[in-house]
Design a protein around this ligand. Structure first.
Ligand code: SF4
Length: 502
């Protein structure tokens, strides 16, 4: 097994989105607050667009929210409606052009769009749009979505119709916020893969966000999740909800519950913290072990570690201390930093671990390099036994819906058995939570579990996926492309008008 301690050894969310309708509020500043609450979803770039009733202003750059926006920037962005975005990007280069919100024009109207997720069929849509003289500034799928909305809006003479048509053409996982000078739109993919929630601020202002922790940050009250396939429009006319596309079988990303979302967020009314705690209890039932102390790998390993300890009546404590002030953007791949590896982020609490039989609970193992370094660190701190328990099943399949898993050969569990992985990381024992156990801990149902099972809820074009799988792995249960998704744009417009006239 190859080893590069600086390999990205976690799955990374590609983005967080935020939107606010508040004509008498400091919408840019509130958006910056909301983005701070979502910073864990993306640290490469941040951006805010504001609609002031006449035009749209945007500021975006590479870096963390606090480094991109000064007080003066926010004070200069007065308006009634705003959207914001934090990005961890893989679909497209890490450049200013790839930072969002993405600005484009439809005739004389400026729109700004911010997107969380990945669209799987943008290559062909981009080709078709280029043939129709649409000019692209970046190679992101979000720009394809924005240009598609623009193209259809021009054809239909109505922005909401443009959004609806675009939703019928694009495939994948997406939660999108979009604004023009005097309105906010939010829409979500028909499987509900990526999260998007709606909140009420005061009496008649509204907030939409990737997670409820961003609503809490600005003092908004959670109303509900945006439904799969729904379009919400908020303007001086109030909130209007309508069906953008027909919802399909619900397939919420279960990794949001395992790792991506903040523990103080809620999904469809269920607490992320409680679900993670329950994952730990379930794991304890499936893989108990005698031990002197249970601890979690900060931060997302903490709630399942508590649940594990509680279920078995074992002492719960701290085994690792996290250095909270290392931003990912700071960690450049130099040789010196590579050697420091996980020590940059974590340190063993020697007094708590020396001479003890330990259970270490973590949320997932992706490449295995981090777990291996932590186990080594604990051995150096004279732990007696180290039993690793993972509060999720083995990650064996790449994600195509907004999470950066890279190619399948980078996933250690796609290539090696649980026993082999245990040997590689140097633990005394290793167990992963079963898929059944995970689903049991997440009571709502209707999940995407494809990175564990290969059961992809949205079909993936061959040219998009073929290089991502190891020999011998072919995803099963691919659904047929939905009607319209592979249709030429011109045919689509024609058929859409015919349906309207029927
Ligand atoms: S494949 Fe995994 S990470 Fe991707 S959407 Fe599905 S559950 Fe989430």
């Amino acid at each position: 097994m190859g080893e590069n301690p600086n390999d990205m050894d976690h799955l990374y969310e590609e983005c967080g989105v935020f939107g606010i309708w508040g004509p008498n509020r400091d919408v840019a500043r509130l958006t910056a607050f909301g983005l701070r609450a979502l910073q864990h979803r993306g640290q490469e770039s941040a951006g805010i667009a504001v609609g002031n009733g006449e035009t749209v202003l945007v500021r975006k750059d590479l870096g963390l929210v606090d480094s991109v926006f000064t007080d003066a920037d926010l004070a200069a962005m007065r308006g009634k409606v705003a959207i914001g975005h934090v990005r961890y990007g893989t679909a497209g280069a890490k450049s200013w052009e790839s930072a969002q919100p993405h600005l484009s024009t439809i005739g004389t109207t400026i729109i700004a769009l911010a997107h969380n997720g990945t669209l799987v069929n943008t290559d062909e849509l981009r080709r078709e749009l280029i043939e129709r003289n649409v000019f692209f500034r970046s190679n992101t799928d979000s720009e394809v979505a924005a240009q598609l909305v623009g193209y259809f809006t021009t054809q239909m003479h109505h922005l909401r119709e443009g959004i609806r048509c675009a939703m019928r053409m694009i495939d994948g996982g997406y939660a999108i916020v979009l604004l023009r000078e005097n309105a906010l739109y939010a829409f979500r993919d028909p499987n509900g893969i990526r999260p998007l929630v709606l909140g009420l601020l005061g009496h008649d202002d509204y907030v939409v966000a990737s997670e409820t922790c961003a609503l809490d940050m600005v003092g908004a009250k959670y109303l509900r999740d945006i439904a799969p396939g729904e379009i919400v429009r908020i303007s001086d006319d109030g909130l209007i909800s309508e069906k953008g596309v027909k919802p399909r079988q619900q397939a919420r990303c279960i990794f949001e519950d395992v790792y991506f979302s903040r523990p103080d967020s809620y999904v469809d009314g269920s607490s992320i913290y409680s679900m993670r705690y329950e994952m730990g209890r379930q794991l304890a039932r499936e893989a108990p072990v005698a031990a002197d102390m249970v601890f979690g790998v900060p931060d997302s390993g903490l709630p399942p570690a508590e649940g594990y300890a509680h279920e078995l009546g074992l002492p719960y404590g701290e085994g690792l201390i996290k250095n909270r002030y290392i931003a990912r953007t700071f960690i450049q791949p130099t040789q010196e930093l590579r050697q420091l590896g996980v020590h940059l982020k974590l340190n063993a609490l020697r007094d708590n671990v020396a001479g003890k039989r330990l259970v270490m609970v973590d949320d997932s193992i992706v490449r295995g390099t981090t777990s291996k370094q932590i186990v080594k660190m604990l051995r150096e701190a004279e732990a007696k036994e180290i039993h690793v328990r993972i509060a999720a099943p083995e990650v064996k399949w790449p994600c195509f819906y907004g999470i950066d898993t890279g190619t399948q050969d980078q996933l250690i569990s796609a290539r090696y058995s649980e026993e082999q992985v245990c040997k590689y990381i140097g633990a005394d024992s290793l167990h992963f939570l079963s898929v059944k156990g995970l689903v049991h801990a997440c009571p709502k149902g209707g999940y995407c579990t494809a990175c564990f099972t290969g059961d992809y809820p949205v079909s993936i074009p061959d040219d998009f996926s073929s290089e991502r799988f190891l020999t011998g792995y072919r995803p099963h249960n691919l659904t047929k492309p939905p009607r319209g998704a592979r249709m030429q744009i011109a045919d689509f417009v024609h058929e859409y008008h015919e349906e309207d006239n029927a």
